[in-house]
Design a protein around this ligand. Structure first.
Ligand code: ADP
Ligand code: MG
Length: 485
């Protein structure tokens, strides 16, 4: 009887949740929904607070970081008696509304595109480390909970190929398909948001589907460093070494974060060398070519260039159109060609931003109950973003204006001359480049034929001078205003 009353009690909430799920599915797309939101269940309401339960801490953290605001908002609209939504982990399975336990089983054994949260490398035939997790500490390790999972939509099928990335795509496919390693390592590089992580993860999905016995470790360089430092601290480097050296494919994403020379790099060097010698595939991505990487030992650099080095170039218009169409199809939205053309023309810097703009427009149309996406609506929804793109200042422009202002040539500004009349304007230009663009210190440095420490020094110097020297401060202010207009 009590059981029945309980069931009657919750039915409306369940029904409401079903409705909300429908909305979330359209907003975030089927893939994201199935991976992250479908496994959630609703709990009880107490004093206007409702709980939403996730099956693992990892999932809870992910949902909180990416979907909580939206879910709370929809709940509050749907049911005014709910004042607050709490996200909790429900590991017990007593409640009849709690998760399907088979999902958890899948998580800890064989990941599928629908649910993959990092596996115990020892217990799984497809040893995948997605996060700073290895061996038996998968559950205990908090760092693992914060690590990014594999994205189920980062597959070869969803990767749009164009002139600027076809070589990288072909190389990635080859590495995924090859039983015999033909180039080692494969080194992929590009600036941010151009598809490196997408390609890396496509390789894993491919191997998982076609060759599940191949043992893959995928992690970021930061996670490698973290794991190694932890192993050192707990004097457990032996098992660290063994775990890494027993894989068939080692993939390290964002290699630029490998940290400065030292024991970690030394360890990586040995792991890397022993894998390559045994004919195991190593795949690395970074934001620069091996030769341009900073803080990496020469002997490691020279091994990194020993395989196949491939870059992904900035997209061209055709590729951006293709990507927009593909993403719209994946999101299940109708994207008029005119709107796609507009976005492809305007948002050229990287694919992540392009995708972000599409998501914003799609979400807006969804909020207005599926209102048709038009050019007017797009311009309106993206007006802040478009405004900042229109007035994006480049380093070239800064160099030109600063040179003009101080009456020297751009060549002198970029030269190695150290005379104060040239050196000071150079520092000012570096400072403004840091302030007005989103370029990194090394990128700015390159434009002046200097390294990032020089830029850092210049920025600090100018910050001091602005306080000490009102005349220079005024000059900088004038320059800033001209550049921002
Ligand atoms: P990176 O690792 O180079 O910074 P990502 O792989 O994270 O870039 O890509 C950023 C976003 O752009 C991802 O959502 C990815 O799916 C998308 N993307 C990049 N290139 C392509 C492409 N050629 N086709 C489809 N999506 C792409
Ligand atoms: Mg990446």
């Amino acid at each position: 009887m009590a059981e029945e009353a309980f069931a009657n009690d919750i039915r409306p909430i369940d029904t409401q949740w079903e409705q909300i799920c429908g909305q979330l599915r359209t907003e975030f797309g089927a893939t994201a929904f199935d991976s992250w939101l479908k496994p959630l269940t609703v709990g009880d309401i107490n004093d206007g607070e409702m709980s939403i339960c996730a099956p693992t801490a990892f999932m809870k953290n992910w949902v909180v970081a990416h979907y909580a605001d939206r879910i709370s908002k929809i709940w509050e609209q749907q049911n005014p008696s709910i004042k607050k939504v709490n996200f909790i982990v429900q590991t017990g399975f007593k409640d009849r509304r709690s998760v399907d336990t088979s999902l958890l089983k899948k998580i800890s054994t064989t990941p599928t595109p629908q649910n993959i949260y990092g596996c115990n490398i020892n217990s799984s035939s497809f040893g995948l480390v997605s996060g700073a997790s290895l061996a038996n500490d998968t559950v205990k390790n908090n760092a693992f909970n914060n690590a990014a999972p594999l994205n189920p939509s980062y597959t070869f099928e969803n990767f749009v190929v164009g002139k600027t990335n076809e070589f990288a795509y072909a190389a990635a496919r080859k590495a995924a398909e090859a039983k015999n390693v033909s180039f080692n390592p494969l080194f992929l590089y590009s600036s941010v948001g151009l598809g490196k992580t997408h390609l890396m993860q496509s390789i894993i999905w491919h191997i998982k589907q076609n060759d599940p016995n191949r043992n893959v470790i995928y992690l970021t360089a930061e996670q490698f460093v973290y794991k190694f430092v932890k192993a050192l601290r707990y004097k457990d480097t032996q098992s660290f070494k063994e775990q890494f050296r027993s894989v068939d494919v080692l993939m390290v994403d964002d290699f630029q974060f490998m940290g400065n020379k030292g024991t970690t790099q030394e360890e990586f060097f040995h792991t890397f060398s022993s894998l390559v010698e045994e004919g195991k595939q190593v795949i690395i991505s970074a934001d620069k070519s091996p030769t341009d990487l900073e803080g990496i030992e020469e002997r490691l650099k020279s091994r990194l260039v020993g395989g196949l080095v491939v870059d992904i170039m900035p997209t061209d218009f055709d590729l951006r159109m293709g990507i927009l169409q593909k993403k719209a199809e994946l999101m299940g939205i109708e994207l008029p060609t005119k709107v796609a053309e507009f976005l492809a023309q305007k948002i050229t810097s990287n694919v992540r931003e392009l995708e972000g703009s599409l998501k914003r427009v799609a979400a807006h149309s969804q909020l207005l109950s599926g209102k048709e996406i038009t050019l007017d609506m797009t311009q309106d929804v993206l007006k802040d973003m478009l405004r900042s793109i229109d007035r994006k200042t480049t380093i070239d422009e800064i160099q030109k204006k600063v040179a003009e202002h101080f009456n020297i040539s751009v060549k002198e500004l970029q030269s190695s001359r150290r005379a104060r009349t040239v050196a000071r304007p150079r520092q000012v230009a570096m400072y403004l480049a840091k302030q007005l663009t989103s370029r990194s210190l090394p990128e700015i440095g390159r434009k002046f034929d200097r390294d990032h420490t020089t830029v850092m020094h210049a920025v600090r110097k100018v910050e001091e001078l602005i306080i000490e020297d009102p005349n220079l401060a005024e000059n900088i202010e004038i320059l800033r205003r001209t550049l921002e207009n």
